[in-house]
Design a protein around this ligand. Structure first.
Ligand SMILES: Nc1ncnc2c1ncn2[C@@H]1O[C@H](COP(=O)(O)OP(=O)(O)OP(=O)(O)O)[C@@H](O)[C@H]1O
Length: 334
């Protein structure tokens, strides 16, 4: 059943162009040019209870603006959204008790206090009783392996430990909906993996609905079955992650290992060269020319190893970022 329903949601920002230099500043005092940025344009989607959905797009695509509207931090310019029985920007207390947003680039913990003091503050804000608070703190600290860090001043924690505390602070009221905006940004690979494992287990245990934005493809592939891709405020893909490649089913990758160096120009006839060092080459080839090109490569080039693969999901998503067509509402794939 759909828990999050977004219907033709838009958000524009108006701002004034600022001229540089002294002359520009003086000119600005008398005449200012007003500009409008349409950050999110008529987007629609639905998300079921318990789903983890990857919300992807290049920088400036409109991801954070959408999450801010769904969290009630921003009013939309037009359109509607409901989360369960609530309209987020009405900011009803019961809604606030049901959701949490974690922004990897922003802290909610007090820098100079130990993490458990900030956690206690959240306990009071969310009106959690002592017994439930003790239980959830123990459970979360165990799951994230930070029992011994709870009394350490936040400024003395490593980036990974701090992020775990941020996640704990966001989860102590057991929200039903969780918005994660770049939760693993800047973390090393092992810490990223630990946080992903935690989120997976947490989602399984509590059936929390999660929208996740991340520029790390491992986060998305590990956690999400479905991806919504947004670019320049428009949704360009909404479907199963496994079908991303079907959109570009007309392309394949040929990976070659050569015994002698071959110059780049003589490989370009086969397709787009994705990687090249003379001996190791990856070429993106049109499927319709696959057979003829494969034969020609094997006949003419000093091939030691030849592999044919689908384009990697990361590449598929990158291509989808720039795929212009907006999806019709509810349609899966492009
Ligand atoms: N307050 C604002 N005033 C003017 N423009 C804004 C404002 N907030 C966001 N924008 C613009 O709206 C667009 C979408 O921004 P948003 O932060 O939603 O992108 P994003 O997809 O989260 O990007 P990133 O991956 O870089 O965080 C950007 O072009 C941004 O400059």
């Amino acid at each position: 059943m759909a828990l999050i329903k977004v219907d033709n949601l838009s958000r524009s920002f108006s701002y004034y162009k600022k001229e540089t230099g002294l002359k520009g500043s003086i000119r600005n005092m008398f005449k200012r040019e007003r500009l409008v940025k349409e950050a999110v344009k008529n987007i629609s989607f639905q998300i079921d209870e318990g789903e983890i959905v990857g919300f992807l797009g290049p920088n400036g695509a409109g991801k954070t603006t959408t999450l801010k509207m769904l969290s009630g931090i921003l009013y939309p310019t037009s359109g509607s959204a409901t989360i369960g029985a609530y309209i987020p920007w009405e900011r009803k207390k019961a809604f606030k008790k049901n959701f949490s947003i974690i922004m990897g680039q922003k802290n909610q913990l007090w820098w100079d206090l130990p993490a458990n003091e900030s956690l206690y503050l959240n306990k009071c804000i969310y009106e959690i009783n002592d017994k439930d608070y003790k239980e959830i703190i123990n459970e979360l600290a165990d799951l994230m392996d930070v029992q011994d860090k709870l009394k350490v001043q936040v400024r003395r924690l490593s980036l990974g430990e701090r992020m775990k505390m941020e996640i704990m602070a966001a989860l102590i009221h057991k929200p039903k909906i969780l918005f994660l905006d770049e939760p693993t940004i800047g973390l090393d690979i092992i810490s990223q993996k630990k946080i992903r494992e935690f989120l997976k287990r947490y989602n399984e245990a509590y059936k929390t609905t999660i929208i996740l934005t991340s520029h790390y493809m491992n986060d998305i592939e590990d956690l999400c079955k479905r991806a919504i891709i947004i670019n320049q405020g428009n949704i360009t893909f909404d479907g199963q992650l496994s079908t991303v490649n079907d959109v570009f089913g007309s392309k394949k990758m040929i990976k070659l290992l050569l015994s002698e160096s071959v110059d780049r120009a003589s490989l370009e006839q086969y397709g787009d060269i994705k990687e090249y060092d003379g001996y190791k080459v990856i070429i993106e080839v049109d499927k319709e020319h696959m057979k003829a090109h494969s034969k020609s490569i094997l006949d003419r080039l000093p091939v030691i190893d030849f592999n044919m693969e689908d384009i990697p999901i990361e590449e598929g998503i990158r291509l989808l970022y720039h795929h212009g067509d907006t999806l019709e509402k509810g349609k899966e794939g492009v």
